[in-house]
Structure formats: structure tokens, C-alpha cells
Ligand binder design. Sequence first.
Ligand code: S3P
Length: 433
Amino acid sequence: MIGDRMTASRSGALTGLIEVPGDKSMSHRALVLGGLANGETRISGLLESDDVLRTAAAVAALGAEIERLGPGKWRVAGGEWRSPSAPIDCGNSGTGARLLMGAAAGFPIEVTFSGDASLSGRPMSRVLDPLRRMGAWVEAGEGDRLPVTIRGGGLNGINFVNEKASAQVKSAILFAGLRAEGEVEVVEPVPSRDHSENMLRAFGCDVRIEEGTIRLGENRRLSAVDVAIPGDPSSAAFPLVAALICAGSEIVTRGVMLNPLRTGLLICLQEMGADIQLTNQRRVGGEVVADIVARSSHLSAIEVPASRAPSMIDEYPVLAIAAASASGRSVMHGLAELRVKESDRLAAIVAGLRACGVEAWADGDSLIVEGSGGSPRGGATIDANHDHRIAMSFLVLGLTSEAPVTIVGAVTIASSFPGFAASMRLLGAAIGP
Ligand code: S3P
């Protein structure tokens, strides 16, 4: 159980083995595509977090049959979707909401989507505009925010340029396109994570990718398959950074997915001088995975180019924590999208670091962090503000700071990594209520 208040205190060496939960992006997609496919999909390694369980409940309410067979093991029998009897509450999950909106828009049904305070403040026009162009009828709150009602079916094709490099937007269009007439093309000037394309292919859909354009082919029928979900690199990021900055640590993070569109953080940490080794590389669910050995390291400041942002968009909060312990001034460019995540993460990172005695500021879309090369002061109470990654990042900072760091609203960690505190404690982290 995650309490609503959590405190991290200066810890000794972190040691041992940690298995991070299944990848959140792949978990949402496996449930949605399983719910659309003909036949029975069996999923293993599913992330059983609040966000993903909301998607499971949504897919069931939309007409699929869903059964939990055991820890991480689920069975989904897909089929025609129907209008649910009540609004679909996506909780805190932007991925769940946007993927489901796309998938539901393919059917001649009416669905209303709602969410928590964070999700209700996030922009949905990025998904609703292309769905409208495809012929869906949409009613939304002010500024195209939740609650959103979509009446779908009879969609036409689309050629869409994914300027924001958003995998959620790309996925919504591809999922709606499964039941559209005509060409469905998403052009990506900068590539975003490709789990939807990979999984659509695994379900038998004809997907072509040429020079940054993803195109659905003639055969858009999905047939059930078994899906194995590897460990989430975005969750692995927290114990990894914790081990790097806590003196004397050596940990192994087991079974982490290494899809090249998700490994920006590892590249950054290696550039900073982190002692990280990838061992036991193998394939799980079509992805390369490895066990990652991380030892405490003296980190140097880094300048991160904007072009790297899509491959590590969820990892900036914890990279900023690593930068606070590194020697020198780190600069991270191209972070406009951080302003529309579960919270305004750019503002939350700056405010949290400052509260912990670290000099940090935003300059346009860039984040600047002055690293001391040592322990930050800490001693702050930080409101997670419905943002799981902000909560976990500042708990990691608290493991090395002079005075403890308390997070209020820590219950939000259950969105993506319900076992975070327990797993970190097993490594020796002083995280308590
Ligand atoms: C995700 C895409 C990213 C990421 C989110 C998960 C996905 O969002 O931040 O946590 O699974 O497609 P954007 O599509 O907004 O970049």
C-alpha cells in the first residue's frame, strides 16, 4: 500500500537486485489491441498499476472480455466495441485516454472519457483534431479538455504530420485507422516510440514504415497473439539514478527493455560518466532487454540536445536529480512537452530542486541545473501534484540529501510503479511513511 506521505532520508550503499514492473506503454497497447483483435490474447508481464488497470476496465466496458489469470498474466478476448453504459474514467493516464479515444473512434458508438484533476487539465486537441479530420464527431470541455465525448464510425483516412513527436497521437490515429476507409499515414519528422507499430504487426496488421512515414496497409484485421511485456526503462530510471548517486552502491536492474527509442537516459548517464553495464542481453516480446548493473559514480554535468527528448521524455525529472549531484552546470534543451505532462514538469522540477537548495531555472524550453558535485541540502516537503514521476524523482534526491525530503500526494506513484517504495527499501533505501 502506498501512503499519501512518504519521506526519503540519506541512505547508505544500495545493493542487490531489482526487477522493475512491465512497460507501461506496452501494457496499455497490449490491452487495447487485445480488445480489438479476433480471438484470445494472452499477456504476460502486464504492469498492474492504476493507469493500466483503468485501461483494462475501459476495454472491458467497451465490450471485450478481460480476465486476470495471475500476477501480470491476463486474457483478453476482443471483438466489436459497444457504447459503454457509463463514462470511461481514465484516472491519471494520458496514454490510456488518448489510445482509447483513437480505438473507440473506429466504431459507430458513443463514448465519454473523463479523468482526474491532472488529466482533466491536459490538452486533448492533439488527438481530437486528427480524429475530427477522420470524420469522428467530438464534443469536449473548454480548450478541448476532458470530459470528451466521441461518436465514431465511418471514418476516412488521413495524412498526419506528427510535429510534436507524440507516440500517443500517432497511436490514436493508427488505432482509429484500423477501421477507416482509405490511406492512413503518419509522418514523423522526429521518431517517437514505436510500440504501436511493432505490436500492430505482431497482431497481423499490415504496417509499412518508410523514411519516417508509417502507413497502414490493406490488411488491418487484428488476430490475437501472446504478448510478453518486458521491464519498463522509465521505471528502471529511478533505482538506476539512485544507485549512481548513493555512495558505495552496486545494483542490478533486471529485464529492462532497451528499445532504441527509449534509451535516451542511459546515453545521457553514460555521457555523464556513470558506471553502467548492460549484461545478459536477450529478447522479450520482440524487444531487446538486458540486466543493467549500476555502481555509484562521480557524475559530470551534461548538455542534452533537443533531438534526444522523444527518447527520454519521461526521464527528465530523474535526470535533473542526477544533474543536481553532478559537478557543473547541466543544460537540457527542447522540453516544451514537459509542460503538458501529468503536471507542468518543467516548473515542478525547478521548484522542487530550489526547495532542496539546488540552483535551477528554466530558460524558454531549456532546463538548467547547477550541480554541486556533492549532496544537495534537501529538507523540503514537495507536493507531487498528481505526478508520479515528480514524486519518485524527489524521493531519489532525498536518499542523498543532508536532510530528508517528504512527498505529499505520494499515492500517485501507483500510476506507474506501485511497488516502488518496497523495492527501493529492499535495496537499502531509507524510504518510509
Ligand atoms: C507515451 C508517450 C509519451 C510519454 C508517455 C507514454 C506512450 O507521451 O510521455 O508517458 O505510451 O505513447 P507523448 O505521446 O505525449 O509524447
